[in-house]
Design a protein around this ligand. Structure first.
Ligand code: 13P
Length: 250
């Protein structure tokens, strides 16, 4: 049985105060399922204090990290800093990092290795552009992201890896992939992982879907056999909508 993960990527939303308010409200609800939340860095430490009393586990994560352990990298943050602030996971290779901040596959590969090294679970994001989807060759960029991102990563680390398929054309656009299209792509991704790293790794690897997930489409996406969870942006900023998506996890 693969882990089911309903993760929230808050992006650049919520101050410390707003984070605390969200978490208190979430914890006072009948949380039906574990939560995974990636708030801004500034909120992590305060969030960790609050969720330490949660009856149902709330995992906290970073949205990005630098590959180096420390150094002269103004504005950056290391995996061990995230970990000590209370993170257990980190989103790596999000398309907003790739496109707006010019992260390349080699940097993403180094970040993944660094996350494993410090014991953070990476949520490693891959996904194709609208042009690649329209051309029909949408697996080419995804396979390149996977092969270069995971280059040299030893198989025991795959136990601690989460993948997220986030088609760029679906992020923040309101145009989610249909459950059929997402399932088909997840299945192809799993097939590629199986061919390259072996069937056992592929079978146990959680693959989340992200891109315009909302209360109305979550259930159908989650019912697909190769969709092991969701990575939610906008719809995870309000407690009630995040909660109703958590409730749809069977
Ligand atoms: P939206 O759910 O707002 O489309 O964002 C998806 C995303 O980028 C999650 O990482």
């Amino acid at each position: 049985m693969r882990k089911k993960i309903i993760a929230a990527n808050w992006k650049m939303h919520k101050t410390v105060h707003e984070t605390e308010k969200f978490l208190r409200e979430l914890m006072s609800s009948d949380m039906p399922h574990e939560a995974w939340i990636a708030p801004p860095f500034t909120s992590l430490h305060a969030a960790a204090q609050i969720v330490s009393n949660a009856k149902v586990k709330i995992h906290l994560g970073g949205q990005n990290m630098h590959a180096a352990a420390q150094g002269a990298f103004t504005g950056e943050i290391s995996g061990s800093m995230l970990k000590e602030a209370g993170a257990s996971f980190c989103i790596i290779g999000h398309s907003e990092r790739r496109n707006l901040f010019h992260e390349n596959d080699a940097e993403i590969n180094a970040k993944l290795k660094s996350a494993f090294h410090v014991g953070l679970t990476p949520i490693f994001c891959v996904g194709e552009s609208a042009a690649a989807r329209d051309s029909g060759d949408f697996m080419d960029p995804i396979e390149l992201q996977l092969s270069s991102g995971l280059l040299g990563i030893e198989s025991p680390h795959f136990k601690n890896l989460v993948l997220a398929y986030e088609p760029i054309w679906a992020i923040g656009t309101g145009k989610a992939a249909t459950p059929q299209l997402a399932q088909e792509t997840h299945n192809k991704i799993r097939g590629y992982i199986a061919a390259k790293w072996g069937g056992d790794i592929a079978k146990s690897l959680p693959i989340l879907y992200g891109g315009s997930v909302n209360v109305a489409n979550a259930k159908q996406l989650l019912s697909e056999p190769d969709i092991d969870g969701l990575l939610i942006g906008g719809a995870a900023l309000e407690v009630q909508s995040y909660l109703s998506i958590l409730r749809q996890q069977q």
